[in-house]
Ligand binder design. Structure first.
Ligand SMILES: NC(=O)c1ccc[n+]([C@@H]2O[C@H](COP(=O)([O-])OP(=O)(O)OC[C@H]3O[C@@H](n4cnc5c(N)ncnc54)[C@H](OP(=O)(O)O)[C@@H]3O)[C@@H](O)[C@H]2O)c1
Length: 332
């Protein structure tokens, strides 16, 4: 497995990670269809066998159930995995998500203790601020995270869905190792806003989340009715009537190109990200998809192929918003 250094503080990760969110979903129910704990754990184990030991989770997922599942899966093998988790969506003492964002120093300290306990570990490899708390200076949040590094509770600091300005302010407090944003052939806002350029200038790693457009780019979702009633994606404009069928046409065009190369559309979508030197974390809860996705690291795209692919969905194409109005308002 090829490896990449995220940032320049020493965090070396495989060229592709494993997103674990869908293995439990949020508190209201499952995100992407029914979860199956046994298969999820087998997927985490298979990932390690294939050289993919970079797991992505968050306290929000469950809440806490996802971190607990990971703890169960990696028992006795903690040191063989690189664990990235996140905090920031406020979770109260009754384990209820309040949906406020909290980046205050005390809350950062409280959150890390909960995650360490749930993950059954004494350190987190990469700790992300999940969303910016717009009422707390980023200097306070990252200052508290920096204290956690000094205390040995976390190794490296990451941020999620932040603007260039926030990244620069945070990086001035403590070196930021990685930034995570939604990024795929369907979602390139961070690039359009100059966010990726900022990361490159500051030598900060980029970890695209939802690299398969939450499954859309796999070509497996053919109609809105393919999504279960309680599926999170039904609330996302990209999956709604106004955009869905236009997006299917784009997916079909990607599929034609993938077939020409004898690969799947998911692999093409991932290989495109990997070709840029970014570390995607495709989410899956089953070994079958995991194996296919991890194989994407072996696919080489020529310059012509990249140009052709990017001409199917040119930068700036309106595929619908990545979140509903409430969640869009939480982006920096
Ligand atoms: N920082 C943030 O705010 C944030 C937000 C969202 C996600 N994330 C992280 O990013 C990770 C990945 O994002 P994501 O899970 O939202 O989206 P994704 O990786 O774009 O897509 C996941 C969906 O694609 C399906 N899938 C995966 N591989 C496939 C394949 N080869 N063929 C067909 N279908 C395939 C999965 O199916 P199954 O579930 O059935 O396996 C799942 O429904 C998450 O797990 C989470 O850790 C972070």
């Amino acid at each position: 497995m090829n490896t990449i250094e995220l940032g320049n503080q020493g965090l070396v990760v495989p060229a592709i990670g494993l997103g674990c969110m869908g293995m439990t979903g949020f508190e209201e129910g499952n995100m992407y269809g029914e979860a199956d704990e046994k298969e999820a754990i087998a997927t985490i184990h298979r990932s390690l066998e294939l050289g993919g030991n970079f797991l992505d989770t968050a306290d929000l997922y469950g809440p806490f159930k996802n971190e607990q599942l990971i703890a169960k899966a990696i028992e006795n093998k903690r040191d063989q995995y690189i664990i990235a988790t996140k905090f920031g969506w406020e979770i109260d003492d009754q384990n209820k998500v309040t949906w406020a964002i909290n980046g205050k120093r005390d809350y950062v300290k409280k959150s890390v203790e909960r995650s360490l306990k749930n993950l059954k570990t004494d350190h987190i490899d990469l700790y992300y601020m999940h969303r910016l708390d717009k009422n707390t200076p980023i200097e306070e949040t990252v200052g508290a995270m920096s204290e956690l590094v000094q205390e040995g509770k976390i190794k490296y600091i990451g941020l999620s869905e932040v603007s260039s300005e926030t990244v620069k302010r945070a990086h001035a407090v403590h070196p930021i190792t990685a930034v995570q944003s939604e990024y795929s052939l369907f979602e390139r806002t961070v690039e359009e806003r100059g966010g990726i350029k900022t990361l490159q200038e500051l030598q900060i790693g980029f970890v695209p989340y939802s690299p398969l457009g939450r499954g859309f780019l796999s070509g497996q979702i053919r109609s809105i009715d393919d999504l279960p009633e309680n599926d999170f994606r039904r609330a996302i404009p990209r999956f709604q009537e106004a955009h869905f069928y236009k997006n299917i046409e784009l997916v079909d065009a990607i599929d034609v190109m993938a077939k020409e190369k004898n690969i799947t559309s998911s692999q093409l979508a991932l290989a495109w990200i990997i070709s840029k030197g970014f570390v995607p974390i495709p989410g899956t809860k089953r070994r079958k998809y995991l194996e296919q996705n991890m194989d994407a690291v072996r696919i080489q795209l020529t310059e012509e192929e990249i140009v052709k692919l990017e001409s199917i969905i040119p930068l700036g194409t309106d595929t619908g918003a990545q979140y509903d109005e409430f969640s869009m308002g939480l982006l920096d």
